[in-house]
Design a binder for this molecule. Sequence first.
Ligand SMILES: C[S@@+](CC[C@H](N)C(=O)[O-])C[C@H]1O[C@@H](n2cnc3c(N)ncnc32)[C@H](O)[C@@H]1O
Length: 318
Amino acid sequence: MSRVYSNAVLITALSESDAGQVVRSSSSQPGLMTRMLEALDVHDGQRVLEIGTGTGYNAALLSHRLGDDQVFSVDVDGDLVDAARSRLAAIGYQPTLVTVDGAGGLPEHAPFDRIIATCSVPAVPWAWVEQTRPGGLILTDVKPAVNAGSLALLRRTDSGAEGRFDRTYAAFMGLRKQGEAYTSVSRPRDRSDAAERATTVAPETLQNLVVWFLAALDIGAGVSCGYTGSDPAQAPTAAWIATADQSWAEIDLEPDGGAYRVREGGPRPLWKTVENAHATWVQRDQPGWERFGLTVTRNSQWVWIDDPDGAHCWRIHT
Ligand SMILES: C[S@@+](CC[C@H](N)C(=O)[O-])C[C@H]1O[C@@H](n2cnc3c(N)ncnc32)[C@H](O)[C@@H]1O
C-alpha cells in the first residue's frame, strides 16, 4: 500500500516484444499526476476524458474531484480497463470506462471540457480537438520521436488548438494500437557507405532534450538512438542514431584533438541534423521547453518558439 502513495512510477503490466519484455502499462508518478491535474484546471460540472486508464488511479482522482458521472476514461487493452473498473467500484466510483483506441477519443460521449492523455502521441489526434468544447483544454505529452517532446497544454480555438509546452520535461509511454508489437530502428548491418568527418558538437548533445526535440522534428518519426562499442563487456565508445530509410550516424564519445569523429551513411546525414538543431538552440539563447508552443489545425501541426505567428516554426509530420 505504501508504494501506491510513494512518488514513484509503478510498472503494472508487461508484454513481450522482439526486444524482450516491454512495459505495457504503469501507474504514473503521483507528483506528475498532480502537476497535470493542476494544469488541467478543472471546475465543477466539467466533463473530462482521460486517454490511458491504466490502473484507474488518475480516474479515481478525477472522479473524487468532479463526480464519477463527469469522468470518462479509455484504454486500448480490455484487461486493464476491467481491472480498473473493479478497483474503482471497490472505492465507490463508477466513471465511464471504455476499451478502445484512444486516438479516436470517445465521440459517443463528446463534447468534453478537458482531455488529458497519460500516454504520448507523435501528433495531437484531430478527434481530440473536435471533441473538446470551444475554450476547453487538451493536455498531452507530444513526442514526434522517442524522448523528443514533452507535455503541452492546448486550448481549443475556432480553427483547432494552440498552447505551450510545460516548463518541466515529462515522458509517458507512447499511444499504441492494440496488440501492436514495439519496434525500433537499428543501424544497418552494412555500414561500408560511411563518410567520416570531425564535429565540435559533442555526443552529450543527445542528452539535451530540447536539442533532440528540434533534431527529431527535422528528422521525423521513427528515429532511434543508442550507444555502442566493440566490446559489450566494456563501457560504450560511440553514440548512434538511425532511421528507417537506412540513414545512420555514429559519433565517438571521446574527443580526438578537441573534436569528435563522426561516421554517417545512408540518404540523410543525421548528425548534421543534430548540429543544425544545436546551432538553432544556441542562436535562440538556449530556450527551455516553456518557450515552445504548438498549433494544431485539421491538416497540419507545427511547433513554434515564443510567438505562434513568429517566423520560425517546425512542422510535425502527421
Ligand atoms: C502511463 S499508463 C496510464 C496511467 C494511468 N492514467 C493511471 O492512472 O494508472 C499509459 C496507458 O496508456 C494506455 N494506452 C496506450 N495506447 C493507448 C491507446 N491507443 N488508447 C488508449 N490507451 C492507450 C496503456 O495501455 C497504458 O495503460
